[in-house]
Design a protein around this ligand. Sequence first.
Ligand SMILES: [Zn+2]
Ligand SMILES: [Zn+2]
Length: 249
Amino acid sequence: MRSYSAVTRLPLSTIWEGFLDLVFPRVCIGCGRAPGPGPLKFICPQCRMGLHYIDPPFCRDCGYPYFGRVDSGRTCPNCVQLEPCFSAGRSLILHRGVGARIVIELKYHNGLFLRDDIRWIAGRARLDTYLADATLIPVPLHPRKMRERGFNQSAFLARIFAGAVSRAQMNDILVRDTDTSTQTRLSRDDRRRNVKNAFAIRPGITFSRGMNCVLVDDVYTTGATLNECARVLLKAGAEDVRILTLAHG
Ligand SMILES: [Zn+2]
Ligand SMILES: [Zn+2]
């Protein structure tokens, strides 16, 4: 139940946010100006025009959008090459412009303040059917990186996505055994080799029949990491693994 101020009849949360805006003025992560009114708290209306939401049609395996007319149910060239062992994929925004900025804020600048904006973007994507009865499994960070960064952005996203639908939950089933140094500069084949055998199942985990596994990561780049995680889950007894990423590269 919302609490209200007796004096102003405004929700206390609104008053508190107004107070925070006075003390710590919000700025748009795209341009640094005041974001103004709108559904997103940290992206101004102008920068919002550069945010590319992914709507159908898109690749059924990884969620990459098709621009223009296409036959439905197609697989993109990247997935033809990857031969993914995950069965379907969704992604919410393109990893470009302010979309890439969201990922940087999350990954390197402790962008926890973007929780409400990401929740809004997830709500817009109507994930109810895709995530019905799903167990959302974040791609894990190696413990050393976890210590450096302080939090795992994939787990943060998995929690937000699970909260966006009524029958889904987050479960960090996977662990990272090998510290795969940053993959940003690696080629497609090197990425694949780099993540091979980097993941394992947390001890004591068993997969119930019909468990609906959805792997969650911040960005889909080549799919190598997600594919390796899916392989580990399937080998351990998961019947089916799908993927969900915030952004697609
Ligand atoms: Zn802006
Ligand atoms: Zn694809």
